[in-house]
Design a protein around this ligand. Structure first.
Ligand code: SAM
Length: 193
């Protein structure tokens, strides 16, 4: 059985913070869509939801997916079509949660720690014990998820790398590390920060 059939990644472009702490909408990055969809395919996820309220940005994502779905390009690199075939889009985090499925659990990520964060080993156990439960693993762009996005997360995971003086990963790296901790084949004994 696919160990992650209920799990989706949500890549949030709004509401996120900018460097001054204001809530903004960031631009979609081609690399994020490619790399996170490849990670989603590698770990057997249900899909990647790219979240942006800007219609023109959603058109860019659609074009990226269509490009690699074109028979000429797909024949050259078939794995790319397979990964990008997992991409879905939503105008808001609310819409992404709806797309994930009824009763979806929304699990946030952040480089910042705080009391009450769920540990990776615990989350891994929960996914393994109920892999079909709809879950949305939320990743931020810009300077991270804004308060309105954090408020929609039922739980937050511990920061990867712990609270060091520097633990700011790219969203692509954070996504790949998170999926390996939650679903990688090495087992929970190596899971932690
Ligand atoms: N523009 C940046 C980039 O190059 O990707 C976006 C950085 S964005 C703030 C990074 C996102 O990756 C965070 O919102 C969070 O979802 C995740 N992330 C980064 N570092 C992390 C860490 N140490 N622990 C958990 N998640 C982390």
């Amino acid at each position: 059985m696919n160990p992650a059939q209920g799990l989706w990644i949500g890549l949030v472009h709004h509401p996120v913070l900018d460097r001054a702490g204001s809530t903004v909408t960031t631009s979609v990055t081609n690399l994020d869509v490619h790399d996170l969809s490849r990670s989603a395919r590698t770990y057997g996820l249900a899909g990647l939801v790219v979240i942006t309220p800007i219609e023109a940005q959603r058109r860019i994502v659609k074009r990226i997916v269509e490009y690699w779905n074109d028979p000429e390009h797909a024949a050259r690199i078939p794995g790319r079509r397979e990964a990008l075939g997992l991409v879905r889009q939503a105008a808001s985090l609310e819409e992404a949660i709806e797309l994930t499925g009824p009763g979806a659990e929304v699990v946030g990520t952040s480089a910042r720690g705080a009391a009450g964060r769920v540990g990776w080993a615990e989350m891994r156990r929960e996914i393994a014990s109920d892999p079909t439960r709809p879950r949305l693993l939320v990743l931020g762009t810009g300077w991270g998820l804004a308060a309105d996005a954090l408020a929609m997360c039922h739980r937050m995971l511990e920061p990867i790398g712990g609270e060091r003086d520097y633990n700011h990963l790219s969203v692509r790296s954070a996504g790949a590390i998170a999926l390996d901790r939650l679903l990688g084949s090495e087992g929970p004994q190596v899971v932690g920060t």
